[in-house]
Design a protein around this ligand. Structure first.
Ligand code: HEC
Length: 284
């Protein structure tokens, strides 16, 4: 009896450190329900699909911001990148093969299935990694991860999947569950000189402001990527943002597409299952 109550006290403590998570040991499906439930309680009345709008969620973003967003969307700056990405995607490699040959369904309408766990390599494969693997398989050098042609290609691929619900397969092997658990631990770990976790800002303080910026909810976060960001004057990938947020809290960032960031994206994308793909989205 005594031991049980100590255990349950520990479980309560853990779940209070990990908002929106049933416990450190809960299954991915339990985590998903708790995570989405957390936001539904925090922002009652906001439909789940709207969380895929990042900083432009009606009911969370301010009216001025939404008006500004609607005016930018009359000529969406990301549409140029989609065109560039399509051209790159359709151009044959010197050996005559195409990007399309490397992917299911010719790479069209598949964004919602990534990142996925690859049992053969025991690693999480993001769409970015799959594109660069395709290049390597065809004797070409990989593209840089954070911006440029790779981001353009990802933008085009995302655009062919807009509206499809994110559908990351539920991790169900020990290796996939381990990758998922590492991503989850990263999301909830307090790190850096400011000793903050992703969850501290993007769950507990979501919808609030950090200086002028709205802290967007973690739910639906990956769905809009890559994004065209006004501050960057161009496209950036999810990793570019991870690095920015690690620096914000004075934590040493990891390399783009490192195992750490891929595991993190795997966890965050699984938590966003069921919400539509909105990328390439626009951000301030
Ligand atoms: C100190 C608070 C803080 C912490 C901690 C933090 N972020 Fe952020 N993050 C922000 C702010 C502010 C923005 C810019 C506004 C926005 O888009 O949310 C942002 C933006 C982002 C974006 C872009 C969202 C979009 O839709 O464009 C991503 C992705 C992101 N953060 C991920 C993370 C991850 C992953 C972690 C943990 C490694 C993290 N952040 C930690 C404050 C934080």
């Amino acid at each position: 009896m005594k031991r049980l109550s100590i255990l349950s006290a520990i479980a309560v403590l853990l779940s209070s450190l990990m908002p929106g998570i049933a416990s450190a040991r809960s299954t991915p499906a339990q985590d998903l329900a708790a995570f989405q439930g957390y936001f539904q309680t925090r922002f009652p009345g906001v439909p789940l699909k709207d969380y895929a709008q990042g900083e432009w969620i009606p009911g969370i973003a301010g009216a001025d911001a939404l008006a500004q967003y609607r005016s930018v969307m009359q000529f969406p700056p990301q549409s140029l990148a989609i065109g560039k990405g399509k051209q790159l995607f359709d151009t044959p490699f010197p050996n005559g093969h195409h990007y399309a040959d490397c992917f299911p369904h010719g790479g069209i309408g598949i964004r919602q299935d990534y990142p996925r766990f690859d049992p053969a390599t025991g690693q999480v494969v993001s769409l970015a990694v799959a594109v660069n693997q395709c290049r390597r398989d065809n004797g070409l050098k990989p593209l840089a991860w954070k911006r440029g042609p790779l981001a353009d290609i990802l933008a085009y691929m995302a655009s062919t999947s807009v509206g499809k619900p994110m559908q990351i397969a539920t991790p169900n092997t020990p290796a996939a569950l381990a990758a998922y658990a590492r991503g989850k631990a990263f999301f909830y770990a307090r790190i850096g000189r400011l000793n903050l976790s992703c969850a501290d800002c993007h769950m507990v303080h979501s919808g609030q402001r950090l200086r002028a910026q709205l802290i967007s909810p973690a739910l639906g976060m990956p769905n809009g990527f890559p994004v065209y960001r006004a501050k960057w004057g161009g496209l950036g990938t999810l990793d570019r943002r991870f690095i920015g947020c690690n620096k914000k809290i004075r934590a040493k960032p990891f390399k783009p597409q490192s195992v750490r960031y891929r595991d993190l994206a795997y966890f965050l994308s699984y938590m966003s299952n069921g919400l539509p793909i909105t990328g390439p989205a626009y951000r301030n």
